[in-house]
Write a protein that binds this ligand. Sequence first.
Ligand SMILES: [Zn+2]
Length: 393
Amino acid sequence: MFKLLKTNNYARRGVLTTPHGIIETPFFMNVGTCAAIKGGISSIDLQELKCQIELCNTYHLHLRPSSEVIRDCGGLHKFMNWNKPILTDSGGFQVFSLATLRKITEDGVHFASHIDGRRLFIGPEESMQIQYNLGADMIMAFDECIENPSPYEYVEKSCERTTRWLERCITEVEKLENIKKSQKTTSNIDETELLKMQTKTALFGINQGGTYPDLRIKHMQDIVKLNLPGYAIGGLAVGESMDDMYRIIETVTPYMPKDKPRYLMGVGTPSNIIESVARGIDMFDCVMPSRNARHGTVFTWSGILHLKNECYTRDCLPLDENCSCPTCKNHTRAYIRHLFKSNEQLAGRLAVMHNLYFYNELMEKIRENIENDTFSDFREKYSELLSRKIAGR
Ligand SMILES: [Zn+2]
């Protein structure tokens, strides 16, 4: 599934083969929470934004419209009309961050929907069943995402349970794979799509352990023994400092298999991505580019630009003079600023398109620089610069 092509110090350049095509690594997953990228971006737009893969959220889609509805409409690829790779998360993170009245037991988690208060339950088996109904190329194990800081004893017990949950995920996946193989055809799925769906779904294990190095290492060793197609580092960017985050990445990556993709969940800023690639990470996802864009904050190759600032009122330059995204090719800062000030929906859409293109292009440049053995120069030039705010009133 994963082929490592080249390394540049700890930075890795590779390819990941999925039923819906090849992904060049390292890469960023564009987050379509409810099967759509917030800001009015469709799968048609994504074709123009250098997007290689979309991530969708199990928790949200389970609540609405339900994974059964998506399954009956031919799966998530057909539902969104997105024929490239998709990864779904396990629902765990949202159960712990969004849902209320939460009760964790050995079986799983009882919770109330944040939409209508409906009482629901998700355990490892349910999470796998939902993700199989959605039909993603890569799926995530059901785990407990602990907030930082948490007491040592709690984190230790939680990691042990997360390992037991992972073992149950693996057993359930085997069952679901057998069911999938026995499916001949259904009315909504054509044969090529069915063939793709019948290729084995890749289940990723997730490392937890809070900010405790010994628990992180022990948990990584335990889950690596289960020989999964990929591994993720979870429970970071949830309250700890940036230094702690980098320290944990450096602590666990030596225990991750070299021949499997490494995914740092929910991270981050362009600088976080550059710094994590430098520490051996291949996969990223974050709502930051779309969320910030919807509030008028855009990433550029000269730093972070707050479009609502007064100084852009008559600024007829594109958001970034070095950007070839559909927004920068067609519109000015003055125009998009005006749209924000007038609460036009187009403002968010244009800004999100730019930010996603920027992130996807950032990954493309990271890959080129690893290939050319120039990644350390690239890191030195951009790591700090891309997080710097452009002065403007
Ligand atoms: Zn642009």
